[in-house]
Design a protein around this ligand. Structure first.
Ligand SMILES: [Zn+2]
Length: 315
């Protein structure tokens, strides 16, 4: 299940000896990497709908994700952020994605709902990555009803949902998420949360998390590191909007659903009185702005928060 080394190598006509030597070399390399990378995780957190108490806010992990793929088709470096081929793929193809009925009091129903929407997310983004010529594996899904551990954190946690890059998995608590979101029966809110976490997976597969983590880790202060985190979070909001826009007609999402989703984006943003050291998700205004921008444009190219010159939309 490791995030690294899952690419199948084509071992052509080499002798068994050469292959054995190659594998031995690879094993040594992997061990060395494992020793070097300490704990590699990317945990991104959305807060509950209630104004989150400061203690609830989990620190984004400053360490980077593992070297996940030797595939050279995956963008890297600064260009992966600002000039990613994914940005040129145009609008997501409108998907038939009828949402199943959701009984928020039944964890099995919540799980079925999340599974169905994740199927749609897999289809939509796989197509987009193919268009971009970037390899794509869908994320693994972990829907918890009991506590457990991930390489990124233990759960249940302050967050009802998180993405862990180290194992390329989306984690969602089927009861916790309902509780955190105040028991709302508006399924679009959960779809939006899921699409946001999926947005972090899209960032990872597009190759931009690695450079982003490095840059963030190099910042001398928490406040400066947070500027990077906000760009990542606001991009994930926008990518969520892109998906919601693509399924709007068939889900279907009506005006009330859209309003609920936008209200949620405001509620899960940084609190107005939060100090700069804690401002990792953007103001309510900007959180809504990027989600709505994605919803309207329906294209990942609209979500390039890394190349925006107007800093005010990144606060
Ligand atoms: Zn996030």
């Amino acid at each position: 299940m490791g995030a690294s080394g899952s690419t199948g190598g084509q071992s052509g006509g080499g002798s068994a000896h050469r292959r054995t030597a190659l594998y031995a070399g690879l094993a040594v390399l992997l061990l060395a990497l494992a020793a070097l990378t300490v704990i590699v995780s990317d945990e991104e957190v959305r807060q509950g709908i209630e104004p989150a108490a400061t203690a609830d806010r989990t620190e984004p992990d400053l360490s980077g994700p593992p070297q996940t793929s030797a595939d050279t088709r995956r963008p890297s470096g600064h260009a992966a952020l600002v000039d990613n081929p994914l940005y040129s793929t145009g609008q997501l193809v409108p998907l038939p994605c009828p949402a199943p009925r959701l009984d928020v009091h039944d964890p099995a129903s919540v799980e079925k709902f999340l599974d169905t929407v994740t199927d749609c997310l897999d289809d939509a983004w796989a197509r987009q990555f193919e268009e971009a010529g970037i390899p794509f594996d869908p994320p693994k899904r972990v829907y918890w009803s009991e506590g457990g551990t991930s390489p990124c954190r233990e759960y249940p946690s302050a967050a009802g949902a998180f993405y862990c890059r180290a194992v390329e998995s989306i984690y969602i608590g089927t009861s916790d998420v309902v509780e955190k979101w105040g028991g709302t029966e508006q399924s679009a809110v959960y779809a939006s949360l899921l699409a946001h976490e999926y947005g972090h997976h899209v960032q990872g597969e597009a190759g931009l998390l690695e450079y982003y983590h490095d840059q963030r880790a190099n910042e001398p202060s928490r406040v400066q590191a947070n500027a990077w985190t906000r760009k990542s979070e606001l991009q994930a909001n926008c990518l969520a909007g892109v998906f919601l826009g693509a399924v709007e007609a068939t889900y279907p999402l009506d005006d009330e659903d859209i309003d609920a989703v936008l209200d949620d984006a405001a509620a899960t943003a940084d609190r107005p009185d939060a100090p700069a050291e804690e401002r990792t998700h953007g103001t309510a205004e900007n959180s809504v702005l990027w989600l709505e921008h994605g919803l309207k444009q329906e294209s990942p190219g609209a979500c390039n928060t890394w190349a925006v010159e107007d800093e005010s939309v990144l606060q």
